[in-house]
Design a binder for this molecule. Structure first.
Ligand code: GLU
Length: 312
């Protein structure tokens, strides 16, 4: 029996070594690689007018708790709308599995001031289009998700003072001839749906084809697979892609200012003032600088924290 079994094993090994298997045909064309799920070629995206209203001016800080802050304290945790796929700002640390990044730490600092403990945060993952509806229906207290303060958004939600000044730029392969928006004519440019970024590309490069995806990671993949010639969004987000791929770099001038604010429900004025008090503390006690150094130093030496503007 044992000898027979040995024979069959040997026969199988010999057959495996000598049989010539036909090679699976692999297409060299990158265009056969599927585009990221949910990616569409966007048309009819109207160029956004550059910020013209006073939306970056917020309510003066106050530590006096009102009904919104009291409700958060009673609950014992701050519910924060955030992203999980924006490297450097808010992403899953591959080792710990925890959310990490500049936006995550800003949210934790707000929790430290409201609840006395930066760990008392419950994160809810949101897509960019969900940021406003989640604030309006009360499913989150604050949104800290690379959210640019714009006039249109400020009609629907309240913003804190500006906590980071991003600038929209381009990310391209180092071998690409694209150096600025003038080189984008007829090229494919990737951005995320429902962002200021997509609208700005439509304005500065009207003849470019817009590839609109659901997550920023999808733009990185589309660029690496040759399905997009460039990615355009905030420098803070592009830098998070560039550090993951040494063949990519940021190019060109700033296409638009992208001042980030923390989003809140318009009816919760006491929360807006409390968050602005927290941001005052973060700017003044060196926390902002240490967070910049920890997460964003790839963008260059730390600037001063954005100066707050108030409208009351
Ligand atoms: N800052 C841009 C915006 O608020 C893009 C960032 C994003 O949506 O993730 O639309």
């Amino acid at each position: 029996m044992r000898a027979a079994a040995g024979f069959f094993v040997l026969a199988a090994v010999v057959a495996g070594c000598t049989t010539t298997q036909p090679l699976v045909q692999v297409s060299a064309s990158l265009t056969t690689v599927p585009t990221p799920s949910g990616a569409v070629v966007a048309s009819g995206v109207h160029g956004a007018p550059v910020e013209s209203c006073n939306a970056t001016a917020s309510l003066r800080p106050s530590d006096v708790p009102g009904p919104a802050v009291q409700a958060i304290r009673q609950r014992g945790r701050l519910v924060v709308g955030i992203d999980q796929s924006t490297n450097l700002l808010s992403f899953r640390d591959p080792v710990s599995g925890e959310l990490a990044g500049f936006d995550v730490d800003i949210a934790r600092e707000v929790a430290r001031d409201l609840l006395g403990d930066p760990a008392e945060v419950e994160f809810r993952l949101l897509t960019s289009p969900e940021r406003i509806s989640a604030l309006q229906d009360g499913s989150v207290d604050i949104v800290v998700k690379a959210m640019t303060v714009t006039c249109a958004r400020a009609e629907q939600i309240a913003f804190s003072t500006v906590y980071f000044d991003a600038r929209q730029r381009l990310l391209v392969p180092k071998a690409s001839p694209v150096r600025g928006p003038a080189d984008l004519a007829g090229k494919r440019v990737c951005s995320q749906v429902d962002t200021t970024s997509l609208a700005t590309v439509a304005r500065v490069a009207p003849t470019a084809t817009l590839l609109a995806v659901q997550n920023w990671d999808d733009c990185l993949v589309a660029l690496q697979q040759g399905q997009a010639d460039a990615v355009s969004t905030d420098d803070s987000i592009l830098a998070g892609m560039a550090v993951q791929d040494p063949y990519l770099h940021l190019v060109g001038p700033s296409l638009e200012d992208e001042p980030y604010g923390i989003g809140m429900n318009k009816s919760r004025e006491d929360l807006v003032r409390a968050v602005n008090a927290s941001l005052e503390r973060i700017r003044g006690d060196g926390t902002w600088l240490s967070l910049y150094r920890r997460w964003l130093s790839v963008l260059g030496p730390p600037p001063s924290p954005p100066s707050p503007r108030y409208r009351d």
